[in-house]
Design a protein around this ligand. Structure first.
Ligand code: BES
Ligand code: MN
Ligand code: ZN
Length: 468
């Protein structure tokens, strides 16, 4: 029951890539260079730019006219000191339909082209009349078109999944979508649904998801040569988080369709990895549940068994993500992967610490941490390391079970959540947890308001460097 009520339409709306030669040029300019560029377009362009107050400041733009009133070119102000690498992502929503080409952007054009594509993303599944603004970008010289395409498509896929509301994206639809992706790349997929979770020993995935009329499941995708290094991505797939019996207040519940943002990130990164054919054995594990309220809901004070064998006392049913992740991480850990990542919209505390745009990264591996921070900054998909602070382990002590799943104090909520997860990973050669927000609350260049699979591009770039 509860299958999609809206027919699944063309997903991602992104600007198309074009090989055309006729295109409107977008010139990168600065406050010092813009006059020269405008002059090269003719007196009308200069006069118009001046009259409209264009000054080449970062993020400003001017549709410079030709003498006949057509658009001669677009001027776009760039920060001469560098600034946001995705700055150009501000422009696409402001452009009329057409084919565009970049000129004068510093460095390699990879990030500028990507910014253009990501900034032109639109979510139009529920619009009767999709916007007519069709944009094309001529692929800049020296840019790997297929690479650009797979990264933009991966991000768009992740955004679409997060933006789709929970009435159209339940655990079953999340599985359907994962199957569709598996089919495109020849990946193998299996899933354990409803009571099968108990038979296969995923008790916490079952406990969290059982109150919903839409049965919980553990989705397990594998791809690639089994002889290659094993890389596993685990994503929190809570299709909607009411908080369970510890129900959220209305303000806290409003955005909770995005609580499968970790799953969306794992799938977005997986899309890029599989499309690139990286030399690794990929596994994506998604515990997909709805944290709902009914007579069969799990309760505060319950003690749950877990796949790993540890008993877990429930302090608050709104801390559901770490429970389903723990069973999925325990499964991932059984084959001792080379690299294990999990992505999860796990705690409000992570946002209190670092805000919505900078997800905390937790790992015991110093080299992996600095590699992630460096690459993330480079590709404008940043993370910031926070500590797995051992002394706070004591906050997870339980009076009656092996451990409690939430901290005994209101402090360091993102750290105690990460410490809880770490208890379920022993054999993986390297493990990192990323506590993402999964959402852009106020639009920024290249990041329209709405879902964002944070850290997907970062993880793809890291794996590409290692296994490309
Ligand atoms: N999905 C939420 C965390 C969340 C909330 C992420 C808002 C991003 C934005 C998670 O399941 C949750 O409710 N966590 C609780 C844990 C607490 C009860 C220990 C939280 O952070 O308040
Ligand atoms: Mn919750
Ligand atoms: Zn949640």
């Amino acid at each position: 029951m509860g299958r999609a009520s809206t027919p699944h339409q063309e997903p991602a709306v992104l600007p198309a890539l074009s090989k055309s030669h006729t295109a409107t040029v977008i010139h990168a300019v600065t406050p010092r260079t813009w006059r020269e560029t405008a002059a090269s377009l003719g007196p009308a362009a200069t006069a118009f730019a001046q009259a409209t107050g264009f000054d080449g400041s970062p993020g400003s733009h001017c549709l410079a006219p030709a003498p006949d009133g057509a658009i001669a070119a677009v001027l776009f102000g760039l920060d001469p000191l560098g600034g946001d690498p995705l700055a150009l992502g501000k422009l696409p929503p402001l452009l009329p339909a057409g084919t565009y080409r970049l000129a004068g952007f510093p460095g390699d054009h990879d990030l500028a082209a990507l910014a253009f594509l990501l900034g032109g993303y639109r979510f139009e599944r529920y619009r009767r009349k999709p916007s007519a603004q069709a944009l094309e970008l001529v692929v800049p010289e020296g840019v790997d078109i297929l690479r650009l395409q797979r990264i933009a498509e991966g991000v768009a896929l992740g955004r679409d999944l997060i933006n789709t509301p929970a009435n159209d994206l339940g655990p079953a639809e999340l599985e359907d979508e994962t199957r569709r992706i598996a089919g495109l790349f020849g990946a193998k997929i299996r899933s354990y649904v409803g009571d099968k979770l108990l038979l296969q020993n995923f008790p916490m995935v079952h406990a969290v998801g059982r109150a919903s009329s839409r049965p919980p499941r553990l989705i397990d995708l594998t791809w690639g040569d089994p002889g290659h290094p094993k890389v596993t991505l685990v994503g929190k797939g809570v299709v909607f988080d009411t908080g369970g019996l510890n129900i959220k207040p209305e303000s806290g519940m409003l955005l909770m369709k995005k609580d499968m943002g970790g799953a969306a990130t794992a799938l977005a990164a997986g899309w890029m990895i599989m499309a690139a054919g990286l030399k690794l054995r990929l596994r994506i594990l998604i515990p997909a549940v709805e944290n709902a309220i009914s007579g069969s809901a799990f309760r505060p004070g319950d003690v749950l068994a877990s796949r790993k064998g540890l008993s877990v006392e429930i302090g608050n049913t709104d801390a559901e993500g770490r429970l389903i992740l723990a069973d999925a991480l325990a499964l991932a850990d059984e084959e001792a992967p080379e690299l294990l990542f999990d992505f999860a919209t796990l705690t409000g505390a992570a946002r209190v610490a670092l805000g919505p745009d900078l997800p905390p990264l937790f790992t015991d591996d110093d080299a992996l941490a600095s590699e992630c921070e460096t690459i993330g900054r480079h590709v404008a998909d940043p993370v910031w390391r926070l500590p797995l602070w051992r002394p706070y382990e004591a906050m997870l002590d339980s009076k009656i079970a092996d451990l409690n799943h939430i901290g005994s104090s209101p402090f360091a909520g993102a750290v105690t959540a990460a410490l809880f997860l770490r208890r379920f990973v022993e054999k993986a050669h390297a493990y990192a947890h990323v506590d993402i927000f999964g959402w852009t609350p106020t639009p920024k260049p290249g990041r329209p308001q709405g879902g964002e699979p944070q850290a997907a591009r970062l993880v793809y770039t890291l794996l590409e460097a290692r296994y490309g």
